[in-house]
Design a protein around this ligand. Structure first.
Ligand SMILES: Cc1cc2nc3c(=O)[nH]c(=O)nc-3n(C[C@H](O)[C@H](O)[C@H](O)COP(=O)(O)OP(=O)(O)OC[C@H]3O[C@@H](n4cnc5c(N)ncnc54)[C@H](O)[C@@H]3O)c2cc1C
Length: 434
């Protein structure tokens, strides 16, 4: 008979919501801890920014979401649906468009309502400590705080869904301490107006860097995009006359000058770090069994980015991979966890899971892929999704969805990141099963 466990889920963002649904479907008893007063996590736009614009002070008052006002999703709504709960059905639902962030929040609220997940959530309740009752005992203490009250409760299992886009990583720039300009991390970017007439250096050509460049280039005096790869990205951002591409920053100095590796230099007012985020689990106490390494880029060891071999199956993580079809990936991870906890699906032995993690790391190394990309699924997104589905004897992902994903990827490369949302055409709708 399937086992029913008492499970704590930390966070009521997309990962926490779908995890709660899957755990409940599998007959587990679920409590969701959510530190804010509403669900949705990253998709709750907050116009407020942190007082420390680089967000480096660990004692700062943290704003969770890194959304900017004009953000549109980077996947069409069809690829942000859950497997049996379609985003298409939301208002204005054209399955091929890239909605604005408000619609994603609405979709998540509808999802939570339809599966009665709200009732499981303790809002305004921050988890401050998660620790094993005793090592090897397979039960966990969850300490939480709401207003002035602290409480401790024991759970059979904890699933961590706290999101990974809140603790910024900034670039190390020689001379920065004497540089007189302003620095901001994209976590604290909301609207373009503060950049009006400014000379801005944007570091990083990930999705946020490119979105923000496009946002501010219409108001800023000059925008200089500094990237590791150089040359390619500006061409992806239309032909703005006030936008240039540069190599990495070599150093800055007290006169306000920013010098790039290629020897060129400019006088700048603002450096905008679009340099990503760190995995961060300030509440988690595992005696070093789980660590966050490589400046916050790698958490582990984690079997298939989900289970820490030594603490499985009672501790698990949803949403660690940084790319792919994220909502669906989280849903499959959640189903896997739920079925492992009920005993329907078995995990390999601890040694075999550790060997698998080591094997994964070795493969990355042999392929010359830096350790910082440990949780990056590209180009194996579909293999990962299909592998997890296979653990539960579920069919592989719909071929039409796979084709849709890769056609977006191809389009973004061809027409440029700035334009692909409007120029992408998918003429193989007939292949989709929904
Ligand atoms: C700028 C930006 C744009 C993005 N665009 C897309 C996109 O277009 N499409 C896409 O699929 N993905 C996108 N992503 C990725 C996105 O983060 C994921 O899709 C997804 O929303 C993550 O959900 P999550 O539940 O894992 O985390 P979150 O949404 O961050 O939710 C985590 C929740 O945990 C709560 N929490 C944290 N710590 C605690 C604690 N100690 N106690 C209690 N509660 C806690 C938080 O309050 C929050 O509600 C984007 C990310 C960024 C940064």
């Amino acid at each position: 008979m399937a086992e029913s466990r008492k499970v704590a889920v930390i966070g009521a963002g997309a990962s926490g919501l779908v995890t709660s649904r899957e755990l409940q479907r599998e007959g587990h008893r679920v409590v969701v801890f959510e530190k804010s007063n509403q669900l949705g996590g990253l998709w709750v736009y907050n116009p407020r920014v942190e007082t420390d614009l680089l967000s480096l002070d660990p004692n700062r008052e943290i704003v969770h979401s890194s959304l900017y006002k004009f953000l549109r999703t980077n996947l069409p709504r069809r690829l942000m649906s859950f497997s049996d709960y379609s985003f298409d059905c939301a208002e204005n639902g054209n399955r091929l468009n890239f909605p604005e962030h408000e619609e994603v929040l609405k979709f998540l609220n509808e999802f939570a309502n339809d599966f009665a997940i709200n009732e499981l959530i303790r809002f305004n309740t921050e988890v401050v400590r998660v620790a094993p009752v005793e090592f090897g005992a397979n039960r966990w203490i969850v300490e939480s705080k709401s207003e002035e009250l602290s409480s401790e409760e024991v759970f059979d299992s904890v699933v961590i869904c706290n999101g990974h886009y809140t603790t910024p990583r900034v670039a190390n720039i020689p001379g920065i301490h004497n540089w007189p300009g302003k620095q901001i991390h994209s976590h604290n970017y909301r609207v373009p107006e503060p950049f009006k007439d400014q000379i801005v250096v944007v570091i990083g050509d990930g999705p946020s860097g490119l979105d923000i460049c496009r946002d501010i280039v219409t108001v800023a005096k000059q925008v200089h995009l500094s990237t590791r790869s150089s040359e390619i990205e500006v061409s992806k951002l239309d032909n703005y006359e006030n936008l240039w591409n540069h190599s990495k920053i070599d150093h800055v100095d007290e006169s306000g000058e920013v010098t790039f590796l290629d020897g060129s230099s400019i006088q700048a007012d603002i450096i905008l770090h679009c340099t990503g985020y760190k995995y961060d689990f300030p509440f988690l106490e595992t005696n070093g069994i789980i660590s966050v390494d490589d400046e916050g880029r790698v958490v582990g060891p984690l079997y298939k980015h989900v289970f820490p071999p030594k603490l499985s199956p009672c501790l698990s993580f949803v949403g660690i991979p940084s790319q792919g079809i994220i909502f669906l990936g989280s849903e499959l991870q959640a189903k896997w966890i739920a079925q492992v906890l009920s005993g329907k699906v078995l995990l390999p032995s601890e040694d075999d899971m550790l060997a698998d993690v080591e094997d994964h790391n070795r493969q990355l190394e042999e392929a010359g892929i830096p350790k910082r990309h440990t949780h990056r699924l590209h180009p194996h997104v579909m293999e990962y999704i299909d592998w997890i589905a296979a653990q539960m004897e579920m069919p592989s992902l719909d071929a039409g969805l796979k084709e849709m994903y890769w056609s977006i990827y191809k389009c973004a490369r061809e027409v440029g990141y700035a334009n692909y949302r409007d120029l992408w055409v998918f003429d193989n709708l007939a292949k989709l099963s929904l």
